[in-house]
Write a protein that binds this ligand. Structure first.
Ligand code: 0X9
Ligand code: ZN
Ligand code: ZN
Length: 303
């Protein structure tokens, strides 16, 4: 039932996770880091050669926004590529020997489920808001980074509602707690969204440039994403490249001290938008793999 070239339901993703981890238990494990508003479990998969010592790690999450289906598809693709090219691909072998990847395949599990059953275009979480029938908080406006100061709304009916307080959403709190608990090992934060073909880095809550702005520019200027199929990607700080918006996970991770924090906006530029055809899953994931591997290799060499 599970397929890497199809979109998979949350139930299928959870079954897939258990299976692939069991089949590769020498390199993979997974744990439950919390649960959602509606009680769905939140998982993180750890991938890497077991060495007996603590390795530096790269954290990646998918599915913060419910309707951006290509994002969870990429996390599944990544996990499979990592384990299946270990030992044959020299870059991946190197990476998994020296580092761990910590992957949350779907953060907004309730919203993702809702896009399968009720509303394909749902973006937010599914938590109830007092005094209104409008449900949900934007889980990418709910982090402690200039929270709700710009590009976010205090109106629960808005698609960019920042929530009643920082980390009000159980899934955001669970991931933030997990990252804080692993803070000393996590060297990079990668978060996958769609669409618009961009690779963004801090800041989005301010027009100030990141302390290592030039390094982040040079890391992305390589344009790995365009190198396979010529797909046009745009790179830069979020505030000027897409729009100013506070409370995002990338800015939060960066201000926690994770100096390599990127938001990827995958295909396309609007022809299909969030409804990216399944025929584009493979090319999208293949080109994105190049960028993730390149950034990871750079990070592993700049610890
Ligand atoms: O608005 C967002 O949350 C992201 N775009 S999306 O179309 N996937 O919703 C961009 C996030 C950029 N980073 C921050 N605003 N911190
Ligand atoms: Zn998004
Ligand atoms: Zn260097």
């Amino acid at each position: 039932q599970h397929s890497y070239v199809k979109y998979n339901s949350i139930e299928t993703i959870n079954q897939w996770m258990a299976t692939i981890v069991a089949q590769n238990s020498d390199m993979m494990s997974y744990s439950t880091i919390g649960s959602s508003y509606e009680g769905r479990p939140l998982h993180v998969i750890k991938i890497g050669k077991k060495t007996g010592s603590v390795k530096p790690a790269i954290f990646m999450d998918c599915g913060i926004h419910a309707r951006e289906w290509i994002s969870p598809a990429f996390c599944q693709w990544f996990v499979n590529e990592a384990v299946s090219t270990y030992g044959s691909d020299p870059t991946m072998t190197d990476l998994l020997n020296t580092m761990d990847f910590l992957v949350v395949p779907v953060i907004n599990v309730d919203g993702y489920s809702y896009t399968w059953t009720n509303d394909r275009m749902w973006r937010k979480t599914r938590s109830r808001n007092p005094g209104t029938n409008c449900r949900g908080t934007d889980p990418n406006r709910n982090w402690n980074a200039g929270w709700c100061e710009i590009g976010a709304s205090k109106n629960p009916c808005s698609e960019t509602y920042c929530g009643p307080v920082v980390e009000s959403e159980k899934v955001v709190k669970a991931v933030a707690d997990y990252i804080r608990s692993q803070r000393s090992v996590i060297k990079a934060y990668l978060t996958m969204h769609s669409y618009s073909q961009m690779c963004l880095f801090p800041y989005s809550y301010t027009y100030n440039l990141a302390a290592n702005h030039e390094e982040l520019v040079s890391l992305t200027a390589i344009n790995k994403l365009g190198s396979m199929y010529g797909t046009q990607y745009v790179y830069g700080p979020g505030a000027v490249t897409i729009y100013p918006a506070a409370g995002g996970s990338d800015d939060w991770a960066y201000d926690e001290g994770i100096k390599y924090a990127f938001t990827f906006e995958l295909r396309d530029t609007g022809r299909y938008g969030f409804l990216l055809p399944e025929s584009q899953i493979k090319p999208t994931c293949e080109e994105t793999m190049l960028a993730i591997k390149y950034i990871s290799q750079y990070v592993s060499e700049h610890l």
